[in-house]
Design a protein around this ligand. Structure first.
Ligand SMILES: Nc1ncnc2c1ncn2[C@@H]1O[C@H](COP(=O)(O)OP(=O)(O)OP(=O)(O)O)[C@@H](O)[C@H]1O
Ligand SMILES: [Mg+2]
Length: 367
């Protein structure tokens, strides 16, 4: 069955679970993706991303829960009737077929008439900049061009939902960045609903309208990228997002507020947060000549435009990182004073969840 591109179709999952023996690959996963949106499934290796894509596509079957596409329960439908195109993690092209034949392979198999096939081929080739390469064999293409052929194969399906499993994983950093932009533009131009899997948080933040962060088969957070960055819902989200991710610090009570555990101050959070874990974004930490938090440099990693400083604070030592503009070649052991941001991220150590926003506003170290 062929589906016209129709501005993207809504996808909804309702409490989907999938077990492999005693291992739960997906636990009660519910999510909702509006039509025409770029939706990213993000998480570490083994968290269930590919399993979730396969369940959506109908290549794997959940043990409980429902998959709804365009308002219709497709749980009982085979993959070919779900109106979905998919690009797999390893996008193997047929080496003996030309680029053109690779692209229309699926359409041939579905007996789409010749004229229609040619029309779609030319459109996809133009969109992906492959027009000049149609008669080549895959081994005569660069890695990025091969990747584009795999994308073209999904585009010609003209399915309203496209699933992609780490489609850029084989590319070098520069090409990845280019392809991210191209894919995003393509998705907007075609108006399709994109479900895109990656374990790369920078890729997720730069491409997505909405990110679902998975952890051990569970939805950890379901937010737009800016929200995921600004208000991580859990310690897991806090430690997954950012380059480097947040520093997470134990606190201790003092009569006038909470300090970083093992230090004499200054106070960094309100007294009722003394039991909490404090999250600090390295890009919001700065060095100060005045009174700050006393720390000792562990290492300074020079990255060109900036330096990531890892420092020890308190006894026993906890690590706090600072991402500073420019080059700071500070030797290990150098004493520095750190200033923390005014915006806090406080988490409950028992549940790992973010504490209420009312507790997160505080003026810690004074300028
Ligand atoms: N066919 C299978 N048989 C047994 N266990 C499986 C099978 N497929 C997946 N798993 C398990 O289910 C969990 C989720 O696997 P999945 O492939 O979905 O992870 P992923 O998030 O895609 O990881 P990656 O980023 O490494 O591709 C893992 O613990 C994995 O070992
Ligand atoms: Mg995978």
């Amino acid at each position: 069955m062929d589906h016209p591109v129709n501005g993207g179709t809504e996808l909804r999952l309702d409490r989907v679970s999938r077990w492999f023996g005693a291992t739960a690959a997906l636990r009660d996963v519910s999510l909702s993706c509006a039509g025409g949106r770029f939706f990213v499934l993000l998480g570490p290796s083994g968290c269930g991303k590919s399993t979730l894509l396969r369940v959506i596509a109908g290549l794997d079957t959940q043990h409980s829960g429902h998959v709804m596409i365009g308002g219709r329960d497709v749980t009982e439908l085979p993959p070919k009737d779900r109106g979905i195109a998919m690009v797999f993690q390893n996008y193997a092209l047929f080496p003996h077929l030309s680029v053109a034949e690779n692209i229309v392979f699926g359409l041939r198999a579905r007996k789409v008439p010749r004229a229609e096939r040619d029309r779609r081929l030319l459109r996809a080739a133009e969109l992906l900049g492959l027009t000049q390469l149609l008669s080549r064999r895959p081994n005569q293409l660069s890695g990025g061009q091969q990747q584009r052929v795999a994308l073209a194969r999904a585009v010609v399906a003209e399915a309203p939902i496209c699933l992609m499993d780490e489609p850029l994983s084989n590319l070098d950093a520069k090409l990845r960045t280019e392809m991210r932009r191209e894919l995003r533009t393509l998705q907007r131009r075609l108006g399709i609903t994109m479900i895109y899997v990656t374990h790369d948080q920078a890729e997720a933040l730069s491409m997505a309208d909405q990110v679902v962060l998975l952890n051990e088969g569970r939805v950890e957070q379901d937010s737009p990228p800016a929200e995921l960055y600004a208000r991580p819902a859990s310690l897991f989200a806090a430690s997954f997002i950012g380059t480097p991710a947040m520093s997470l610090l134990r606190l201790a009570p003092r009569e006038d507020g909470a300090v970083i555990a093992g230090t004499n101050g200054p106070v960094v959070a309100p007294a009722n947060a003394a039991h909490a874990i404090l999250g600090v974004r390295p890009e919001e930490v700065s060095l100060t000549d005045g009174a700050g938090i006393s720390a000792a440099v562990i290492s300074a990693e020079y990255l060109g435009a900036e330096t990531v400083l890892s420092c020890a604070v308190g006894t026993p030592a906890q690590v706090i990182q600072a991402r500073l503009p420019g080059n700071h070649s500070l030797a290990a052991g150098t004493a520095v004073q750190l200033r923390l941001p005014r915006r806090l991220h406080l988490f409950d150590p028992a549940t790992g969840r973010r504490l209420p926003e009312t507790m997160q506003a505080f003026s810690p170290v004074d300028a």
